[in-house]
Design a protein around this ligand. Structure first.
Ligand code: HEM
Length: 222
């Protein structure tokens, strides 16, 4: 490992870059090894870890999932019953979706109650709000994918709510639905949004979130 790193470092001068990313001691008030109440500063990191697990389990689920009304439900049942570790992966992905929302909300509460949204971190709070919306959108689009009765009717209700958005509601709902009826296009669109659009958006907003975090450092204790 050392020799591979040396080989790459000689050619790409990686060390200053890695120092910049990793060489930041955690201050005592945010360090669980030094201050017990610092666990509240872990919520953002735990949310990030869960999101990484979601991406990993999602990629494996995609190997078998088929986004058509004819096959979707059967493919999920197949994953659960016939594939190696399929039930575990699918369960992890489903529970992970709720866990991600809960951790992001806890993280947001921590940021709020420690006043960390104030100057100079206002922009990072705004980026955070977009992150929350993206995580919720993952949940909304993912819920339809098993294409069972619960998924179908929950999405019907959800799209009716979208249609009530002032001015653009009807357009937005029919764009998401792919017409006036829920069907092949709805499932395909939700799938593509879930596995292409949202991951790309999430990556961009997370990069901005972490960039600002590195530039500004963690907020000081109250
Ligand atoms: C995908 C969701 C999110 C992830 C993975 C994430 C990750 C993180 C991480 C790892 C930190 C470092 C400190 C900590 O963990 O507490 C952080 C800080 C911060 N986050 Fe998030 N975050 C997310 C969503 C949000 C949301 C929803 C908000 C607020 C609306 C937010 C606002 C902030 C702010 C203002 C900081 C700086 C806090 C400080 O300096 O004390 N984040 N985020």
């Amino acid at each position: 490992m050392g020799r591979i790193y040396q080989f790459l470092d000689e050619r790409l001068n990686l060390t200053p870059l890695l120092r910049d990313i990793t060489d930041h001691p955690v201050p005592d008030h945010a360090n669980v090894l030094k201050t017990r109440s610092a666990f509240i500063y872990c919520f953002g990191g735990i949310a990030f870890f869960i999101i990484l697990l979601q991406a990993l389990s999602g990629v494996f689920l995609m190997l078998y999932y088929s986004p058509t009304p004819e096959d979707a439900h059967a493919s999920v049942t197949y994953i659960q019953n016939e594939t190696a570790f399929g039930a575990l992966l699918q369960g992890l992905h489903r529970v992970g979706a709720s866990a991600a929302v809960i951790m992001v909300l806890l993280h947001m509460l921590r940021v709020f109650f420690t006043g960390s949204y104030k100057n100079p971190r206002e922009l990072n709070w705004v980026v955070g709000v977009f992150l929350l919306l993206i995580v919720l959108a993952f949940g909304f689009t993912g819920y339809l994918l098993p294409w069972d009765q619960k998924a179908y009717w929950a999405t019907t209700v959800g799209l009716n709510m979208v249609a009530n958005v002032p001015l653009i509601g009807d357009f937005l709902a029919s764009a998401l639905r792919g017409g006036n009826e829920m069907g092949t296009l709805t499932l395909l669109r939700f799938f593509v949004i879930h596995v292409m659009f949202l991951p790309a958006l999430l990556a961009i907003f997370l990069a901005a979130h972490f960039f600002m975090l590195r530039r500004q450092g963690i907020s000081r204790p109250l």
